[in-house]
Design a protein around this ligand. Structure first.
Ligand code: COA
Length: 342
């Protein structure tokens, strides 16, 4: 080998398209209080949520994903990608994955298409997966969609969970580029702890419940969460993950212009910001208007903040998520010049 041979630089994944889409139907706290033993003041003070969007009967996750994906492609100014990743906890069916049908409906048949499951951390795991496809040369352009219809798995009479979750989809397009250009995603921290799988579950519908036999009960068919324990884990794991990503990048907390966390609960987001010594004003939150939208929450929060010019080109962002599994993850980027579609 000649000693002066240089290997080509590994391509970085650069964000070049962004969009969010929520179903039109809005459910306010007051509307929930008509059927649940709760009230607007309790929901607002405990969660920061005022309303959420809910899919129509018959509307599935792929429908939301297609809507967001189409707008993200438009924002990126492209109609072709090499891979489509859908990250969701509410796939259309247990089999097959949701991404192939989404790709085909977007006119992207032939592209690689698969789902990533990491519950509410899905979007950050999806970003890392897309970055890996681009770094390995498998893809030059990737459409990543976070989409969830929690209304299809939450028991509408469960007052603890029905108040928190909303439906929605957010999408980004990533292209091959250079690590030092605005929009390059990097310095990932990803983690998990399966010892706490019972904290967030849908017990039935998978091989565990089928292997043990018996008809699933009403409770087993619905989403269950041990809220107080989840709350504690969310604060400590998100703060730790954010710190790891910052130290990997050599950033100080003060270098972060905007902290864009998974929108779990406003109190969780503020506690994480406090733990990091980050002024709460730098925490981007749209949970009041959409609730917790699972894998869609970070791209929806980004699209909303960019559309309102709260986030501008050149500003430095820390994205951090936490979800069932348990799973958590963070990554950093400098915001690029781009026009989101909402
Ligand atoms: N309206 C009114 N009261 C309610 C209620 C509701 N919607 N939901 C629960 N309560 C009641 C409880 O029954 C309990 O009553 P009790 O003291 O008589 O037993 C009381 O309010 C306090 O319940 P608790 O569960 O301790 O409340 P909390 O302050 O922990 O808030 C959550 C509950 C679910 C909002 C909170 O635990 C939370 O946000 N957890 C994390 C959820 C999350 O972010 N999940 C996503 C992670 S990705």
């Amino acid at each position: 080998m000649p000693s002066n041979t240089l290997s080509p630089p590994v391509p970085a994944a650069v964000l070049c398209g962004l969009a969010g889409w929520v179903p039109p139907r809005v459910v306010t706290n007051d509307e929930l209080a008509e059927r649940l033993d709760t009230d607007d003041a309790w929901i607002r003070t405990r969660t920061g949520i005022r309303r959420r969007h809910v899919a129509e009967p018959g509307q599935a996750t792929s429908d939301l994903a297609v809507a967001a994906g189409r707008l993200a492609l438009r924002s990126a100014g492209t109609d072709s990608v090499d891979a489509v990743i859908v990250t969701t906890t509410t796939p259309d069916r247990p089999c097959p994955a949701t991404a192939p049908v989404v790709a085909t409906r977007l006119g992207l048949a032939g592209a690689a298409a698969f789902d990533v499951g990491a519950v509410c951390t899905g979007f950050v795991y999806g970003l890392a997966t897309a970055a890996g496809l681009i770094a390995s040369g498998v893809a030059r352009r990737v459409l990543l969609i976070g989409a969830d219809t929690y209304s299809t798995i939450v028991d509408p009479l469960d007052r603890t969970n029905a108040i928190i979750f909303g439906d929605g989809a957010g999408a980004v397009v990533l292209r091959a580029g250079h690590a030092d250009e605005p929009g390059a995603v990097g310095h990932f921290d990803l983690g998990s702890d399966g010892a706490h799988e019972e904290l967030i579950t849908v017990a039935a519908g998978g091989s565990r419940q089928r292997a043990t036999g018996g008809e699933p009960t009403h409770a087993e068919r619905h989403f269950a969460m041990r809220g107080k324990e989840v709350y504690r884990h969310a604060v400590t794991r998100m703060a730790a993950s954010a710190r790891t990503a910052l130290s990997e990048a050599g950033w100080k907390t003060d270098d972060v212009d905007h902290f864009v966390p998974h929108q779990a609960n406003l109190r969780i987001l503020h506690s994480v910001a406090d733990d990091l010594d980050l002024p709460r004003e730098r925490c981007v939150a749209n949970i009041d208007a959409v609730g917790n939208t699972g894998a869609a929450s970070i791209p929806l929060a980004l699209a909303d903040a960019v559309a309102r010019q709260r986030i501008r080109a050149g500003e430095r962002l820390l994205l951090t998520a936490f979800g069932g599994g348990l799973t958590w993850g963070s990554c950093l980027l400098t915001w690029p010049e781009l026009a989101p579609h909402l």
